[in-house]
Design a protein around this ligand. Structure first.
Ligand code: NAD
Length: 484
């Protein structure tokens, strides 16, 4: 075992939860148990939310100046800076992201955290509006935040959810995914050592039930959830009943539209990254590739050839580009989709099975289905694995209609040398995010989806604003003079 924890962090202390249930963390490339964490129960969640509520009511952190909060958070970042190599190893061990990618992701996430703190500092806390009466529009921290994360980008998730909330002055109860909870213990310890006041940041570990208990808690003011659409639908309903503010970052089935004039030297490498990075376990993955019939054979052949260059294997080997799937369950799901693609008549152009040279680990070969139809399950449902479907189209308007014929609306991309056509497509596809000639992700801009891909935005200035509540204070001459 590399990392076992029998405690959660509640009210400024590492404590053993009342629940005796435990969750084992299994390394997806070796299938060995590498850690164990508690599965927090109702009384543990109550305690964590109660601590967060008391800290918010007491006001130490929320009444700190931005500079004071920023100083504490910078101390935590520096503690984490010192451990980036170990953190990258931990990310790879928990969920199989190749080490070269994890080694980039960890410092990138820290840089992004620092940027979120700056953004929170730059937001005006109060603005005067002239009307029938003069009003101050005040931004206040939203309160107690329950933040729940998926397993596919664990270190990024904890920073992306916790730092904006903390920088806004909120209190948090954070629950990582049961598959990849280990790095959250390091972030929590860094926040403790940095001097975040008791109760302001709480860590509870556990699975779905722990998450459900947290979401339904009446003392939670806002839920920030990233995960599957199925869970998001359930969480949205609970939050709707309780009037809990909710932000849902959910699944996707994003289309890449290759236009007639696309430069394949640019397009193909981006399609390979967009479909197979993190073994396809990326919400914004480009999994439907729409290709004009004239160029279908050329694009399909080039994509198959480029995909063959991927090196699937031990994620700790720096030469590996493609690691395993996170769990046996996830591999079963992905293999079920591959079987459905075959039975519905799509043509297998690459992959489709497990790599022969891997004796252990939940690996699936990068898989390309050709001649797919948008009505097939592989085109309609999120697979969350290394499987893409090529869909031929005749006209641009047909391609846009296919891209929009989806329950999801998270991301999409267009590949063309014509900037006018690129913008036309970008503006016609109904998604929250779109990329031109790239599989891109810009954390200085808002990220999120429409339709079944969610509600609200993470990242960007808007992702920080999401942790504030607006209050209007209609002023009289006395109060106005205080704010003017
Ligand atoms: P999941 O929904 O099964 O679990 C996500 C988290 O929610 C976990 O911590 C889990 O324990 C918890 N959970 C599950 N059901 C819950 C419920 N009913 N109430 C409260 N908590 C609950 O998702 P996953 O399999 O861990 O992650 C993969 C999914 O996440 C994919 O659908 C992917 O697209 C999505 N995702 C979306 C984004 C985005 O920004 N849009 C980013 C990453 C991943």
């Amino acid at each position: 075992m590399v990392a076992s924890h029998d405690q959660n962090f509640i009210d400024g202390r590492w404590i053993r939860p009342a629940s005796v249930e435990r969750i084992q963390v299994v390394c997806p490339s070796t299938e060995e148990i590498i850690g164990e964490v508690p599965a927090a129960g109702q009384s543990d969640v109550d305690r964590a939310v109660g601590a967060a509520r008391a800290a918010f009511a007491h006001g130490d952190w929320r009444n700190f100046s931005h500079d004071e909060r920023s100083t504490v958070l910078e101390r935590a970042f520096r503690i984490l800076d010192a451990g980036v190599d170990d953190l990258a190893q931990l990310v790879t061990a928990q969920m199989g992201l190749p080490i070269t990618a994890a080694a980039r992701q960890v410092p990138d996430s820290l840089a992004r955290g620092r940027w979120f703190v700056e953004q929170a500092g730059a937001l005006p806390r109060s603005e005067i509006r002239q009307g029938r009466v003069v009003a101050a529009v005040v931004r206040e921290p939203v309160g107690v935040v329950a933040a729940i994360a998926p397993w596919n980008s664990p270190f990024n998730s904890i920073l992306m959810k916790s730092v904006p909330a903390l920088a806004a002055g909120c209190s948090i109860v954070y629950k990582p995914a049961p598959e990849s909870p280990l790095d959250a213990f390091h972030v929590t310890e860094a926040l403790r050592q940095a001097g975040v006041p008791d109760g302001v940041f709480n860590l509870v570990t556990g699975g779905r039930e722990t998450g459900q208990t947290l979401v339904a808690h009446p003392e939670v003011d806002k839920v920030s959830f990233t995960g599957s659409t199925a869970a998001g639908r359930e969480i949205g309903a609970v939050c709707g009943r309780n009037f809990t503010r909710v932000q849902l970052e959910l699944g996707g089935k994003s289309a890449a539209i290759v236009l007639e004039d696309a430069d394949l030297n640019v397009t193909i490498p981006q399609l390979v990254i967009g479909g197979f990075a993190n073994s396809g376990q990326i919400c914004s993955a480009l999994t439907r590739i729409l290709i004009p019939t004239h160029r279908y054979r050329e694009v399909a052949d080039a994509l198959v050839a480029e995909t063959a260059k991927l090196h699937v294997g031990n994620p700790f080997d720096p030469a590996t580009t493609t690691g395993p799937l996170v769990s046996r369950r996830q591999r079963d799901i992905v293999e079920g989709f591959i079987a459905s693609g075959l039975s519905e008549g799509a043509k297998l152009l690459a992959g489709g099975g497990r790599p022969r040279d891997q004796e252990r680990g939940w690996f699936v070969q990068p898989t390309i289905f050709g001649s797919a139809d948008n009505s097939m399950r592989i085109c309609r449902e999120e697979i969350f694995g290394p499987v893409v479907a090529l869909v031929p189209y005749h006209t641009l308007e047909e391609a846009i209609a296919i891209a929009n014929d989806s329950d999801y609306g998270l991301h999409g991309a267009v590949f063309t040398q014509d900037p006018v056509a690129a913008l036309h497509v970008a503006q016609s596809v109904q998604t929250g995010t779109f990329s031109v000639n790239a599989f891109a992700y810009n954390t200085e801009a808002p990220f999120g989806g429409v339709k079944a891909s969610g509600i609200g935005r993470d990242t960007g200035r808007e992702g920080v604003e999401a942790y504030f509540e607006l209050k209007t204070i209609n002023l009289d001459p006395g109060t106005h003079s205080l704010l003017a």
